[in-house]
Write a protein that binds this ligand. Structure first.
Ligand code: BG6
Ligand code: GLC
Length: 995
C-alpha cells in the first residue's frame, strides 16, 4: 500500500461529522471515538432520529479488526479537506472560464450555448435520444409539452441495452445502433411522425464549437448562414447550431473514430443511412442541462443541474461575459463544469485511497476522470468490491475466502451498494440483513454472522464519501454563482438527476447537509428532475425551435435596416447629385442654403458677444468673451415649453427676449448693447449675414406666423416690444455653421460642420463659383445643406421601411425631413418602438402581449438606445432600463430589443456616414486633389452619447471616401461660441471697412 498522507480529525470536526446528515451517521468516523475494539451503532444516533426512522436498539458490539478500521478510515474526508477541494475546484473553474490553458486534470467549463431557462409555455412533440447518461443503455423518448395550461403528459419511452461490443467498437456502429433504436421506437408508437424534431442528450465532455453557423430557419441541413459567435449568443440558444465535438469518451465508452468529431453530424449521418424517418436534430445537450431545464416551472428559475448517475457532473447559468471563449458580454449561458476530470493532486491526493488507485488502473481511461471515479455510480460498486475483496483476503470477511465473482471487475453494481447500504437504519433490520446476505451469497460468498453489517459499513463509507465530495463540488459552483452575481445570499434551485439520487435517498440528505456546512450563504432547494432529464431535453429542443423561428422573424424584420456597401454607395451618389442640383438652384431635396459665412476664424477676433442657441435639446443664452488668451463662455439654459414652441410666433420670440433680459440682469450686462450672434437651427434662406427667412419649421417646433418671415426681424420686433432692452443682432447662423466655426477656431482644417442630435444636418465650405444664388466667382462660402430633407423627393423610398413610414405619419411634419427621420435622435426611439410593436404582434417579443406603455408615443427615448447599447452594461441593466419603461421582459426579450436598437442606430450612422462621404468627396473634387485632409466639426447628443455611432460614421466614411482623410472633432462649447465668432468676424470686417 502506498503511504498516503492523511489528515487527523480535530475533535470539533469529528463532532460535526457525527452530526452531519440525516439518516446515516457516517459511522466510520465514529471509529475514532469508539476505538478499535468494537463498533457500536449508537442508540438514537442523531442522524437516524433526524430522519424520524426508528433505530435498532442494537447494543451488540461488533468485533472490528484494525484492518477493517484502516480500510474504512481511508474513506474519511474531513471538513478541512472538503473546504480545500471546494476552493481548489473553484479556482480551477475560474481558470477555465478565463480561458487559461487548462490541463486535462482540471475542470473544463464547457459553454453549452443554452442561454435561457424555459418559459414553461413550451409546446409540441419532441423526440429525445439519450446516450451516455445511464450506463450501457440508450433511451428514446417521445415527449409532449403542453405549456403552462395543459396537464403534464407522461412521455413514451424505451430503453435499449447497448451491447458491450458496440460500446467499444467503431463509432459508426454506435450511431447506427442509435438510429436503429430510434426507428424501432418510432415504429412502435402511434403518433404522427411528420416534421420530427429531436433533442440529443449526449453526456460526455464536448466542445460545442462551430459557433459560426446559425441556422436561419426551416428543417434539414439547408439554410445555414455565417455569422459571428456573438450573433449566435444573440440567438440565445445556440443549440439550433448544434455542433458538438467529443473531447474524450468517459464512463465505459470507447468507440473509435468519434473523439474529435461532431457527434450531431455522426447522428445525422446515421439517421440518413437508416433512412426510415426524416428527423431534424435541433438541439444537443449534456444530461446536466436536460436535468436543469426540465425542472418543473413553479419552483422559480432553476439555474443548476446536478447529475450523479454513471458519472457525475453539473451545469449552471454563468454570466456570458465571464466565459472567455465566447467573447460575449451579454446574457447568461449554461456552462457544463465537467467536474469529473478534476484532479488536483494537492487536494485529492490525500483523499484518494489505495482502492481508488486500483480502480483507476483497471479502468478504460487510467489517470483520467479521477474525481468522477470517487462519485459516479459506475465506480461505487467497484470500490466496494475492491474493499470487500481486500478484507476477505486479509481474512477479516467471509472467513477469509473470496469468490471468483468477488474477484471479477464489475460484479458489484451501484444497485447492490445502494440496496445494502440502505438497510443500515431500516425499520426492519432483519429484513435488511437478509437482503445483504442474499446479495453476498449471489456473489458466491459464505457470509458470516458479522459480515453483513461490516459490508454495510463499507457501502456507507463509499457512498457517504461520494456524497460529501459531490457536495464540495456543488458548493464550489454555488460560491461561483454567488460571487459572479455579487450577492450576499444566493437563493437557488438545483435540479438533481441520476440513479444515485433515485436509488439512494440518503445521498441527497448527506449532500444537502454538507452543502449547508460548506456554503452557508446559499439557500438551496433541491428539485428532482422529471422523466430522468428527458423532459428538460425536450424543453431545450422546444426553446431552440421557438427561438430559431423567432430569430428568423427578427432577422426578416431587421433585414431592411442592414444596408450593404452598394446601397450606401447609392445613397452617397444620390446625395452628391442632389447637392449639385441644389447649388445650381434646380429642383432638389437639398436646399444648399448660402450662409454668407465666407471664412473660418483666423484667431485675431476679439471682443465680448452675446449669443443665442435655439433649436437643439436646450435653448441657451451665452456671453462669449474672445480674448488673446482664448474664448471664455458663460451661459444659461432656459426651457422652451412645448406650448411655446408650438404656439404663436410672437409668444415664442417674446419668450426668447425675456430669457435674454433675465440673463443680462444676472450677468450685470443690463443696458449694454453687445453684438449678438443667433444660432437658429432651422432652415433659413439668408440674404445676408443678419437676414434669415425661415423656410419651414423642423423637429418639434411649429410656432405660427414665422415661416416665410425674417427671423432676425421677428427677434428685433420682440426686442422692440420689450422697450427696456437694446440688442444689436449682427449674425444669424445655423447650428452646423456655429459648430464648424467653433471647431475651426481650434483646427484650421475644419471645413465641415455636422449635427446629429435632435435633428441632423451638415454644412461645408463650397467654392463660391458653384453657388448659383450668390454672385461672385472667387472665394468660398459656407453652405447649409439642410440635409435632413434629403429624400423628400422620394429618392430614399427604396430604403424606407414601413416603420419609417409609421414614424413619419405620426410626426408634426409628415412627408418632410425623410433623411433626418431615419437618423436623428428625435426619431430613432420611435422607430425602435414601432419595430417592438410589430415583433410583439408576431409573438416574438413579450410573449406576444401588447402593453399599453409601448403604445405610447415617444415613450422610447433615443437616449435609451445609447444606454442599452453601452458595452459596459450587463443584460440585467438593459432589462432594468426596459422594465423602468413598464416593459416586463425576459432575458431573451432584452437581447432582442438590444438587437433592434443596434440595427436602427447602425443604419442611422451608416446613412450619416454616406452623407459625410458625399460632402468630403465633393470638397476634394472641387479642389482637384488626389487626397483631401479635412476636419469635420461635430455636435449633437446622439453623436456624442451613443457608444458606437461616431465610430460607425467614421468607418462608413473611410469605406465610401477612401481618398479623404477625415478627422472628426467634437465641439466642446456648442454652436453658441461659433455664432459669437461669426459675429466677431463680421465686426472685424466691418471695422476694417470703416478704417
Ligand atoms: C448643441 C449646439 O451643442 O448641439 C446646438 O449648441 C445644436 O446649436 C445641438 O443644435 C444639437 O444637438 P441636440 O442633441 O441638442 O439637438
Ligand atoms: C434640423 C434643422 C437644421 C438643423 C438640424 C440640426 O434639420 O432643419 O437647420 O441644423 O436640425 O439641429
Amino acid at each position: 500500500m502506498p503511504n498516503i498522507a492523511r489528515e487527523e480529525l480535530k475533535p470539533e470536526e469529528s463532532e460535526q461529522l457525527l452530526l452531519l446528515p440525516g439518516g446515516h451517521p457516517p459511522l466510520w468516523n465514529h471509529m475514532d471515538s469508539i476505538g478499535p475494539v468494537g463498533l457500536r451503532q449508537r442508540e438514537g444516533a442523531p442522524g437516524c432520529s433526524q430522519e424520524g426512522l426508528p433505530c435498532p436498539s442494537d447494543s451488540s458490539e461488533l468485533p472490528v479488526s484494525p484492518q477493517v478500521l484502516a480500510c474504512l478510515q481511508q474513506f474519511k474526508v474531513t471538513e478541512t479537506q472538503l473546504r480545500q477541494i471546494q476552493a481548489s475546484l473553484l479556482c480551477s473553474m475560474e481558470h477555465a472560464l478565463g480561458g487559461q490553458a487548462s490541463p486535462a486534470s482540471s475542470v473544463r467549463m464547457l459553454p453549452t450555448y443554452v442561454g435561457s431557462t424555459p418559459h414553461g409555455t413550451e409546446q409540441g412533440d419532441f423526440v429525445v435520444l439519450e446516450l451516455g447518461a445511464t450506463g450501457a443503455s440508450l433511451r428514446v423518448l417521445w415527449v409532449t409539452l403542453v405549456g403552462n395550461e395543459g396537464h403534464r403528459m407522461e412521455p413514451w419511452s424505451q430503453e435499449f441495452v447497448i451491447p458491450p461490443e458496440v460500446m467499444l467498437g467503431p463509432g459508426q456502429q454506435l450511431f447506427d445502433f442509435a438510429a436503429h433504436c430510434l426507428s424501432e421506437f418510432l415504429d412502435a408508437i402511434p403518433m404522427d411522425k411528420k416534421g420530427l424534431q429531436l433533442g440529443f442528450s449526449f453526456s460526455f465532455p464536448c466542445h460545442q464549437t462551430g459557433l459560426d453557423r446559425v441556422r436561419q430557419s426551416g428543417h434539414g441541413d439547408s439554410g445555414w448562414k455565417v455569422c459571428s459567435p456573438m450573433k449566435a449568443i444573440g440567438g440565445l440558444i445556440q443549440v439550433f447550431c448544434p455542433q458538438s465535438t467529443l473531447i474524450s469518451w468517459t464512463k465505459g465508452f470507447r468507440c473509435s473514430g468519434v473523439e474529435g468529431h461532431d457527434v450531431v453530424q455522426l447522428l445525422r449521418d446515421a439517421i440518413k443511412r437508416q433512412g426510415a424517418y426524416s428527423i431534424d436534430v435541433v438541439a444537443v445537450v449534456n444530461d446536466t442541462v436536460g436535468t436543469m431545464m426540465g425542472c418543473e416551472p413553479g419552483f422559480g428559475p432553476c439555474e443548476v443541474g446536478l447529475v450523479v448517475d454513471t458519472g457525475t457532473n453539473a451545469c449552471y447559468m454563468e454570466e456570458a461575459r465571464h466565459v472567455a471563449v465566447l467573447d460575449e458580454d451579454r446574457g447568461r449561458v449554461c456552462v457544463s463544469v465537467e467536474w469529473g476530470s478534476f484532479s488536483d493532486d494537492g487536494v485529492l491526493g490525500p483523499v484518494l485511497t489505495t482502492f481508488d488507485h486500483a480502480l483507476d488502473q483497471e479502468s478504460l481511461n487510467p489517470g483520467a476522470q479521477r474525481f468522477e471515479k470517487m462519485i459516479g455510480g459506475l465506480y461505487l460498486g467497484e470500490l466496494v468490491r475492491l474493499v470487500l475483496a481486500h478484507l476477505a483476503q486479509q481474512g477479516v470477511l467471509f472467513d477469509g475466502c473470496t469468490s471468483s465473482a468477488l474477484l471479477t471487475q464489475g460484479s458489484i453494481l451501484l444497485e447492490h451498494v445502494a440496496e445494502m447500504e440502505d438497510t443500515l437504519c431500516p425499520s426492519s433490520p432483519l429484513a435488511g440483513a437478509a437482503r445483504v446476505h442474499a446479495i453476498l451469497q449471489d456473489l458466491g460468498l459464505s457470509v458470516g454472522a458479522s459480515d453483513a453489517k461490516l459490508v454495510q459499513y463499507v457501502c456507507a463509507a463509499v457512498l457517504t464519501r461520494a456524497a460529501r465530495l459531490c457536495a464540495a463540488a456543488l458548493a464550489a459552483v454555488l460560491s461561483r454563482l454567488r460571487h459572479s452575481r455579487e450577492l450576499q445570499m444566493l437563493q437557488i434551485a438545483v435540479a438533481t438527476g441520476g440513479r444515485v439520487f433515485e436509488r439512494h435517498p440518503s445521498f441527497l440528505s448527506i449532500l444537502q447537509e454538507t452543502v449547508m456546512l460548506l456554503a452557508p450563504e446559499c439557500d438551496v432547494s433541491f428539485i428532482p428532475s422529471v422523466d430522468g432529464g428527458g423532459r428538460g431535453v425536450a424543453m431545450v429542443t422546444a426553446v431552440a425551435a421557438r427561438l430559431a423561428a423567432h430569430r428568423h422573424l427578427l432577422e426578416e424584420t431587421l433585414a431592411p435596416f442592414r444596408l450593404n456597401h452598394e446601397q450606401l454607395a447609392v445613397v452617397q451618389a444620390q446625395m452628391r447629385e442632389a447637392m449639385v442640383k441644389g447649388l445650381r438652384g434646380e429642383a432638389s431635396s437639398l436646399r444648399m442654403l448660402p450662409t454668407y459665412v465666407r471664412a473660418t476664424p483666423d484667431g485675431t477676433e476679439r471682443g465680448d458677444f452675446l449669443a443665442l442657441d435655439l433649436g437643439g435639446t436646450n435653448f441657451r443664452v451665452l456671453l462669449v468673451r474672445v480674448t488673446e488668451g482664448g474664448v471664455k463662455i458663460t451661459s444659461q439654459v432656459y426651457s422652451i415649453p412645448e406650448y411655446v414652441a408650438q404656439g404663436s410666433g410672437q409668444q415664442l420670440f417674446d419668450h426668447i427676449v425675456d430669457c435674454i433680459v433675465d440673463f443680462q440682469q444676472k450677468q450685470g450686462l443690463s443696458g449694454q448693447s453687445l453684438p449678438l450672434g443667433f444660432t437658429f437651427s432651422f432652415p433659413c434662406r439668408q440674404l445676408g449675414l443678419d437676414q434669415g427667412i425661415l423656410l419651414n419649421w423642423t423637429k418639434g417646433f411649429n410656432a405660427s406666423d414665422c415661416e416665410g418671415q425674417d427671423v432676425v426681424c421677428l427677434l428685433r420686433e420682440a426686442i422692440g416690444r420689450r422697450q427696456a432692452v437694446e440688442l444689436n443682432v449682427v449674425a444669424i447662423v445655423n447650428d452646423t455653421v456655429g459648430t464648424m466655426m467653433s471647431c475651426g477656431y481650434e483646427d484650421s482644417r475644419c471645413e465641415v460642420g455636422l449635427i446629429v442630435g435632435t435633428g441632423t444636418n451638415a454644412c461645408y465650405m463650397e467654392e463660391l463659383q458653384n453657388v448659383a444664388a450668390v454672385a461672385g466667382d472667387s472665394g468660398h462660402m459656407c453652405i447649409n445643406m439642410e440635409w435632413g430633407a434629403f429624400g423628400d423627393d422620394g429618392s430614399l423610398d427604396l430604403l424606407r421601411t414601413c416603420f419609417d413610414a409609421n414614424v413619419d405619419q405620426a410626426s408634426i411634419n409628415p412627408g418632410k425631413q425623410s433623411f433626418e427621420k431615419m437618423i436623428s435622435g428625435m426619431y430613432l426611439g420611435e422607430i425602435v418602438r414601432h419595430i417592438l410593436l410589430h415583433l410583439t404582434s408576431l409573438g416574438v417579443l413579450f410573449r406576444g402581449q401588447q402593453t399599453q406603455r409601448l403604445q405610447t408615443r415617444d415613450i422610447f427615448k433615443t437616449k435609451f438606445l445609447s444606454e442599452i447599447e453601452s458595452d459596459s452594461l450587463a443584460l440585467r441593466q438593459v432589462r432594468a432600463i426596459l422594465e423602468d419603461l413598464g416593459l416586463p421582459l425576459t432575458s431573451d426579450d432584452a437581447l432582442m430589443v438590444l438587437e433592434v436598437c443596434q440595427a436602427v442606430s447602425q443604419r442611422a450612422a451608416q446613412l450619416c456616414g454616406a452623407g459625410v462621404a458625399a460632402v468630403v468627396e465633393k470638397i476634394r473634387e472641387n479642389r482637384g486633389l488626389e487626397e483631401l485632409t479635412v476636419t469635420v466639426g461635430v455636435d449633437g447628443t446622439l453623436y456624442k452619447l451613443h457608444p458606437h455611432f461616431s465610430s460607425l460614421v467614421a468607418a462608413t466614411v473611410r469605406k465610401l471616401a477612401p481618398r479623404c482623410v477625415v478627422t472628426f472633432l467634437q465641439s466642446e462649447d456648442g454652436s453658441g461660441k461659433g455664432a459669437a465668432l461669426v459675429t466677431a468676424v463680421a465686426c472685424r470686417l466691418a471695422q476694417t471697412a470703416c478704417v
